[in-house]
Write a protein that binds this ligand. Structure first.
Ligand SMILES: [Zn+2]
Length: 284
């Protein structure tokens, strides 16, 4: 996924990506007014209830961003010739773009983006439906694993969608903590570590203690807890926002594991019950 698509689909409001002349192809693909055939994004469609390909439909380009106007031709004073590529690149800068994409399954399903392009970055200043609207249906399946804590995951996503990085990390950390503490309560009688000792262990040691019972993906990447904690205490809002999609993906992988385990157990139970019942019946 290119950086502009990443900004459109996965990033929250007021998040940005840096651009330089090396990104000209991508700028042309996503921001030029002409109907570019390859300009599609993969995105959750709220109305379809699933991921769809969205196709560029229209754009409105405002020549002024209202926040700055740098005259990029100033230092040239008419003598030096600006290379063609640079001239094209410059033509995309310091403008505001309102883009509409339509679901390829039903043209009535649309998603709108509002972007400001400065001289070195693209900032997302608007989106409808919101990132949270698009992500919430995707995470709804974790309700059965998270129980009441599902609200915390949806809050984390909601905060991220509104450009609040550190706050969203607080919820992500609580989710990891609860997964580990719940697992300890579940298996405490099967391991030889008393609860006072477990409580005093550092978090990565706790994960190590429970390694046979926790999803592998968490055990192998137990540093995620340290990363999230560092985010809460030491990193900037922007750094947390930057990392959020990755940490979220990691937590979803852990939840996917728990979900699969739960489904497997339910199927096993159903199957065993069936075999036991039929065996009994056939004996008669
Ligand atoms: Zn749709």
């Amino acid at each position: 996924m290119g950086k502009i698509e990443e900004l459109l689909v996965n990033r929250g409001l007021y998040d940005s990506v840096d651009i330089s002349i090396d990104d000209l192809d991508e700028l042309e693909k996503y921001l030029s007014k002409r109907d570019y055939v390859g300009n599609t994004i993969d995105c959750f469609c709220k109305q379809c209830g699933t991921n769809r390909v969205f196709e560029y439909a229209t754009s409105e380009i405002h020549e002024e961003t209202g926040i700055m106007r740098i005259n990029i031709f100033d230092d040239v004073s008419g003598k030096m010739r600006i290379p063609k590529k640079e001239e094209t690149f410059n033509s995309y800068l310091n403008k505001r773009y309102v883009l509409t994409y339509r679901c390829t399954r039903d043209k009535g399903h649309a998603i709108l983006f509002d972007l400001i392009v400065t001289d070195d970055k693209i900032i997302k200043i608007g989106q409808y439906p919101s990132v949270a609207d698009l992500v919430i249906p995707e995470i709804a399946k974790y309700k059965s694993v998270l129980g009441t804590q599902y609200r915390e995951l949806s809050k984390a996503v909601g905060l991220f969608a509104h450009g609040i990085g550190i706050g969203s990390f607080v919820y992500l950390r609580r989710i990891i903590e609860k997964l580990v503490f719940d697992k300890y309560s579940e298996v405490a009688d099967r391991i030889s570590i008393p609860s006072e000792e477990f409580e005093h262990q550092k978090f990565d040691v706790k994960i190590e203690t429970l390694k046979e019972f926790l999803p592998n993906i968490l055990v192998e990447n137990k540093n995620v807890y340290g990363i999230v904690s560092k985010g809460i205490h030491e990193l900037s809002e922007d750094e947390c926002l930057e990392m959020f999609p990755y940490v979220r993906a990691g937590i979803e992988l852990i939840l996917d594991d728990l979900l699969a385990e739960r489904e497997r157990k339910a199927k096993e139970k159903m199957f065993e019950k069936f075999v036991a019942q039929k065996t009994g019946e056939l004996r008669k």
